[in-house]
Every structure is written in C-alpha cells, then in structure tokens.
Design a protein around this ligand. Structure first.
Ligand code: NAD
Length: 353
C-alpha cells in the first residue's frame, strides 16, 4: 500500500551533459540577465577567468574568493563587487563553497544564480545556505537561495582530484541514505535516493581505477544531482547533525567527515528502520552500515576521524553538542550511544550492522 505523502519539487532548471558549460550565455538570455559576476574559489580562478573570457561582454567580473562554510566577510566583499560592476546575476563555478557564496549573494539581493557544479556535494539543488560569522555557523532556508539554473557538465569533473571524488561521492550518498528514512520522504525522493546510490556504486570504483573515465564521471555527476535533490526536498537526521557539529565546532573537512561517519550513522539507524534502509542493502549487499563501510574501504576512502585531526578528548564535547538540541531521528538519540558511535568512527571500526 502506498503511504500518504506530500511532494514538493524545487523549481530549478537542470541542464546535464558534456559541453553544457558553453550554454551559460544562452541561459543568461533565457532568464533575462546580461551582466554576470563569475564566482569561484582561489583554486578554480583560472577556470572562472576562462569562462568569463568565453562570455565576453556578458561577464562583468570574476570574484575568486569563495571559501568553505561561506564566511559572511567574504560575502560582503563579493557584494561590494556585485554593486560596483552592476551585476544582474552570479555564475558560480565550483563545489559547495562557491555555490554557497552565490546563494549568500542571492539571499541578500535576490539576483538569479546559475551554478556550474564541479563536485558531488549537492548544494546547487537545495534552498539551504549555511554561513559562518564570528566562528558560528547558522543555516537558513529560503526560496531565494535556490539557484535558478544548474549546469552539470561531467567534463568539468574529469580533473576533480581522486581523494575529493571519493569523499564528495560519499557525501552525496549520505543525502540519499538519510533521505530514505526522512519523515517527509515521498515515493519520488525514495526513487531518487535509491538510483543515486546505485549510480555512485557503479561509478566510483571505475573513477578510482580511471579518474578520467568520461562515462563514470557522467554517472557520478548524475548521482550527485539525484542525491542533492533528495537533500533539497526532505529532512535529514543524525548523520547530517553530527557532521554539522564536527565541521562547525572542530573544523573537520566537510566531505571527509561525511565519508567517515556515513557507515556509523546508517548502522546506528539500521535496526530501527530496516525496511526503509532496504535499498542500501539491495545496492551494496549486506547490512547497511557494514556494507557502506566495506564499499568506502574498497574505494580508498578515509575511515577514521582521528586522521582528520580530531583528538580523542574532543569526542566528549562532540557528543554533548550532537545531542544538545533535540531533533528527529528514526532511532532515539542518547548521549552514551552517540559517544560510542563517535568512538567507533574515531578509531575506524567496522560497524556490526
Ligand atoms: P569545495 O567547494 O570547498 O571544494 C573543495 C576544493 O576543490 C576547492 O578548492 C574547489 O575549488 C576545488 N574543486 C572543486 N571542484 C573541482 C574540480 N572539478 N576540479 C578541481 N578542483 C575542484 O567542496 P564541497 O565539498 O563541494 O563543498 C563543501 C561546502 O559546501 C561546505 O561548506 C558545505 O557546508 C557546503 N554544502 C552546502 C550544502 C547546502 O545544501 N547548503 C550542501 C552540501 C555542501
């Protein structure tokens, strides 16, 4: 029997395919924009400048200062440039950090965003913005934050470093895995989650062997769209809460933190909702937490929080923070169990289930 559900799709234009990065000018015309500020991190400045060159008069500047966790002071200097060059849209070329800057600008000005996504983080299809000010990370959700046009061009991911490809893929898979047991899940989000997991299961081992494999890169980016869309449409639980806590309070790197915790958080919930996590077992074979651990190990993912610079003494405070504000999770949360989960993840122990 189909359980009652509510479904809301996010109103974004998704453009997928090799070479689609050359369609930016056309998409600007279609959304009524003529003056784009191109955004990137310092590491992707050359690609951003090349894009600006191809756009000619339609690009009015490049701001290559995007940084992890969207610091408000970076947003403010980008806003100065938006005003100085009278930009009427932003084009964000990069991963979640660059997308976050575009979202922060759109949240304050409501100018449209075109995102060219080059990692698997999924931020480009969510109406969620996480930003940091004075060391405190806050999250806002607003329709103005959702990018209007998202371009997925697998060619741009051919050079995504291997370690980042693996951890970013596991980051995306975490959105899908938690989406399977979301309270507000619906048949579409569940289909997308299962297909997203399958896409990464097939693509990541090929990418590990052959990072420039165009077909696998396409499949992984397709998986990223699916998993990101799940993140953008249904609520998350324990896994995202712990990753947010570790990233926000201990500055652990985003994708690696997700990659390490995924088997442990899904293993924690597996006994509470076995039927909802059945797609994970179907895709990876075995019980969900252990199967995800084995998959992550097979593609060379990091497995222990201690390798991210987190000390064992930090785990007590991390557990306190992770249980401080009550939130929904399929299995009840208590401090002792979360502390034990963190210990396992810190040591890199394989979950039993
Ligand atoms: P990132 O955007 O910080 O990218 C990491 C590094 O890789 C950067 O230097 C970047 O320039 C480089 N890079 C990206 N793509 C590349 C490519 N194809 N080739 C070579 N180098 C490339 O990392 P991320 O994991 O994509 O994003 C993490 C950030 O996104 C975090 O701040 C996280 O909180 C945020 N995020 C937000 C949401 C949301 O819905 N709001 C969702 C997921 C992630």
């Amino acid at each position: 029997m189909i359980a009652p559900f509510t479904y809301t799709g996010n109103p974004a234009k998704i453009v997928f395919g090799p070479g689609q990065r050359d369609g930016v000018a056309g998409w600007m015309d279609k959304i009524g924009c003529a003056r784009a500020l191109i955004l990137s991190t310092p590491a992707q400045r050359a690609e951003a400048e090349a894009l600006a060159g191809r756009l000619g008069d339609k690009a009015v500047g490049v701001f290559a200062g995007a940084a992890m966790h969207t610091p408000v002071e970076v947003t403010e200097s980008a806003l100065e440039q938006v005003r100085a060059v009278s930009a009427d849209c932003v084009v964000a070329l990069g991963g979640g950090s660059t997308t976050g800057l575009g979202k922060a600008i759109a949240y304050r000005t409501d100018i449209p965003q075109i995102v060219i996504a080059t990692t698997y983080a999924g931020s480009e299809v969510t109406p969620i913005l996480g930003q940091t000010e004075n060391g405190v990370k806050t999250t806002v959700r607003d329709p103005s934050i959702l990018p209007e046009v998202v371009i997925y061009d697998p060619d741009l991911t051919l050079g995504l470093p291997l370690a980042m490809s693996v951890t970013s893929g596991l980051n995306a898979m975490a959105h899908a895995a938690e989406g399977l047991y979301a309270q507000d899940r619906n048949p579409v989000s569940t289909l997308m989650a299962a297909e997203g997991l399958r896409a990464f299961r097939d693509a990541l081992p090929v990418i590990v062997r052959d990072p420039a494999n165009a077909e696998a890169r396409g499949e992984a980016l397709y998986g990223a769209w699916l998993c990101g869309t799940v993140l953008g449409t249904v609520g998350m639980a324990l896994h995202h809460k712990i990753c947010h806590t570790l990233g926000g309070s201990f500055d652990t790197p985003h994708a690696e933190t997700h990659a390490i915790l995924l088997p442990h958080t899904i293993g924690y919930n597996a006994g509470a909702v076995p039927e909802l996590l059945a797609p994970v077992s179907a895709v990876f074979g075995g019980s969900p937490g252990a199967a995800l651990f084995d998959f992550a190990a097979s593609i060379g993912a990091p497995s222990a929080l201690r390798d991210l610079g987190l000390s064992e003494a930090d785990l007590d405070r991390a557990a306190d923070l992770a249980v401080r504000n009550p939130y929904w999770n399929p299995r009840p949360i208590d401090r002792e169990s979360i502390r034990a989960l963190l210990q396992d993840a810190w040591e890199g122990r394989r979950p039993a289930v």
